[in-house]
Every structure is written in structure tokens, then in C-alpha cells.
Design a protein around this ligand. Sequence first.
Ligand code: IMP
Ligand code: MG
Length: 191
Amino acid sequence: MAVKFLETPGQVLIHRDQIASRIAELGNEIAHDLVVDLEAEGLGADASDRVVLLPVLTGAIIFTADLVRHMPLNLSMRMVTVSSYPGASKMSKGAKLRSELPTDLEGMHVIVLDDILDTGQTLGLLHDMISEQNPASIRICVLLDKQGVDRKHPVKADYVGFEIPAAFVVGCGLDHDGLYRNLPDIVALDG
Ligand code: IMP
Ligand code: MG
């Protein structure tokens, strides 16, 4: 039986091959920086219980799955849920934590992973809440950093896959009303 595939719902901004090679670079860069930090503490890449990744569900799952396979060091992963674009909205409605934040981050090297930095409310909220726990370090890594946006929080990403213009994009984990996360390319949604 012939399977009819979904048509791309807009213009491809970033092709899957570019995404794959950039994510490999990012993973290596972050892992390198973490190992430098661990070595400064007299530890190595095999140190356990020191590095924790916090992917922001649901958008970061695909990015995270690709990234961690380029990070050859011991790490754990804990998910957090923040909602900001309820339903079919394309405008941020402010960030709300919808899950427990781990409470044992003191002394840890924390990497917060998200699909996109837009108004900064999601990552700003997480950054502020994590800082209160006195982690050894906090790094923010996003696949996409939207340019020309009215930032509502001064948070910055330490690692950025791609800077993109202020379009609404889907694919590679990013959704519109729950759909299109499975598109392999980053696509600017029409309309
Ligand atoms: P912020 O709190 O405004 O920075 O928004 C970040 C969150 O909004 C991200 O985690 C995404 O889930 C969502 N978001 C922002 N821009 C887009 C977009 O262009 N497409 C899909 N989701 C987006
Ligand atoms: Mg999100």
C-alpha cells in the first residue's frame, strides 16, 4: 500500500542535514565545556551525579535526543514542563511551570535545553528558579534563537543552534496546536 506523506506546511528555513551537523557541533562543544569545568574540580568526564540536563517538554525532546548522543560524558536527564503557547495561539501568554522542578540541583552543572528562545519568559523563569538552588553552573542551550523579538526577560542562551527571523516555525520538536513536531526540517508556517 502506498503511504501518502504529509506535505510541508510552509517554507523550509533549515534543512534536516544542517540541523544534524549543527547539533553534533553543539553537543561536542557543550561536552567539552563541561569536562573543562569538571577537570577544574579535579574530576573527569566519568564523574557521576554532577551533570544534569533539563529538557523543557515537549518541544525539546527531539533536539535533546539528538544532542545527548554527541555528549560523551556521564549525565542524567530530568524533564520539566513549562507551558507558554496554549492551544492554537502563536503569541506567548507568559510562562507557567507545569511540573515539579528537581530540588537537588545544588552543586550540579545544569544544562537547560529548549527548542526556541522567543520572549525569554520560559527560560527566564527556569533560570531564576534554578539559580535559587545554588548549582555549580547553569547553561542554557536552544536549537533556535528568534531575532527581532520583544524579549520579556533578559535571559540569554549560552549555546544556540541557529538564529532565525521572527517567524512562527514548526518541526524538529516545535509545534502549532500540538502538530508538526515530527517534521524533520524547520519550517516557517504559512499564514
Ligand atoms: P518564550 O517563553 O516566549 O521564550 O517561548 C518559548 C516557548 O514558546 C518555546 O519553548 C516554544 O514552545 C514556544 N515557541 C516560541 N516560538 C515558537 C515558534 O515559532 N513555534 C513554535 N513554538 C514556539
Ligand atoms: Mg516549549
